[in-house]
Ligand binder design. Sequence first.
Ligand SMILES: [Zn+2]
Length: 468
Amino acid sequence: MRYFAIMLLLAGCLSGQQLPSDQLGQATIQQYATQALDWERQYLRIDTSNPPGNELASAHWFKQVFDSEGIPNQVLEYKPGRANIIAWVRAANATAKPLILLNHMDVVTSVPARWKVPPFSAQVVDGSLYGRGAQDMKSIGLAQLVVMVMLKREHVPLARDVIFLATADEEVEDEGSDWMVQNHPELVRNAEYLLTEGGENLLQDGKVQYVGIDSAEKSPFWLHITAKGRPGHGSRPIADSAPNELVRALAKLVAYKTELKVLPVTQAFMQAMAPLESGERARCFRNPQGAIHDNACVQMITSDPSLNFLFRNTVSLTMLGGSEQTNVIPGEAWANVDVRLLPGEKPEDFLALMRKVVNEPNVTVEAQEKKFRPANASRLDTPMLAAIRQVSAHYFGDAPVVPRMTSGYTENQIYRELGITSYGFSPYATTAEEGATEHGDNERIRVEEVQRGFRVLYDVVMEISAAK
Ligand SMILES: [Zn+2]
C-alpha cells in the first residue's frame, strides 16, 4: 500500500501536474470504481443482441440511473422495442458548444455453446468480466454513464453542456443514429465535439504501446459489373461470351494499382508509429510522403493489408455469378466489387476511372446504390486531441497518441457530416487477445480496467469541458 502510494506520487511528479480526478480523493474514486463495476455487470446482463436489438430495455436501465441521480434525460422510442436515450449535464453559463458522449447499446449475436460462461451472465472469471458487449461497446457506454454521474454529483462548474447519447441498431442498419439526425437534429447538431468507439489502446508486455484515436474513416462505394453476350452450349465455346468478357474486364480491374496518397491522418499515423518499428520499415514510417515514391517502401506498404488501405482507394473482388449449369454458356455474367474510398474522394470520378480501366465492349460498371455516404475525417489540431494527449501521458506513460483511419465503419461518420469534430477514443487498455473477442467468443474486459476507465474518460472530459 505504502509502495503503491509512492508510485502514485512519482507518476504525479513525472507528468508534472495533477489531473482533475486527483482532486476528488482516493476514497471517492474508489466509491465510483465499485459503482462502475456493479453497474457494468447490470448493463451486460441486458440482452440487446441485434437482431432483434430490444434496446428499449437498456434505455430504461440508463433512465432509472439518470432519474435517481437527478440527471434530465429522454427516452426516444422510434419503433416498438427500439430506442435511443439522451441525457444532459448542463453548464450554468456555457461559453463553448456541447460535448457528446456517444455509445451504441446493441451488441452482435453470440453462440453461447462456444463461451466459457453464458454471454449475458456478466460473470467474473480470473479477474475478467465476461459478457457480450464488454469490448463493443457497453464498457465505453458505461464509462460515459459514470462520467455523467460524476459531473452531476461533484457539482463541476462546466464551460459546456455534456450530452450522453446511447443509440440503437449500430451493428445492423444504424437506424438509431440515422433517426436521431433526421428527426431530432436540434438535439445534436450544435455540438463541437463527440467521443465514441473506434479508439484502441494496445496493452502488450504490461505496457500500453499506443493510444489509437479514430479520426477518419473510409467509405464503401460498391460496384456491380455486368457482361452480356450470346448464350450457347458449353460444348461449343464462344470467344466473346459474357463470362469470357467479364473475366477479361476483371483481370484488368484486379491488376490496376490505384494511386498512393498521403492524407494528414496517414502522415500523423505513420510518424507516430515510427518509433515502434525498426529497420527499413521505420525509415518508411518516418517519411510517408517520401515513402510513396520509394520502391522498397511502396513494396512494404502495398504488401501489408494493415497499411495498404490507408494510402489508397481499394478494390476487392468479392462476388461472381454466371450460369447455373456447367454446360450452359449464359447470356449474362456479373461481379460485385467492394470499393472503399478515402476521405475527400468523389465517387463519380472513381466510377469513371473504373470504367476507363475496364474498357471492354459489352461490359458495364455501375454503382450498387445511388446514395453514397462520403468518407470523412476530423481535424487533428484540436484542443480535444491535446486533452487526450495530456491525460494519456498520465495514465499510459510515453505511449504515442496515434490518429488513425479505420477501414470499417463507426457512427462518427454520421456526426462528422453535421460538422462535429468526432473521435473514436477508448479509455481502456486492451491486450490483442482481449481485443480479438470483439464480435467473437468469450468477449471480456479486465475488472481493473472497468474500475479505471471511467476515471481516464472523466479527466479527458474535464480537461475539455470544465470552466477554467
Ligand atoms: Zn461497436
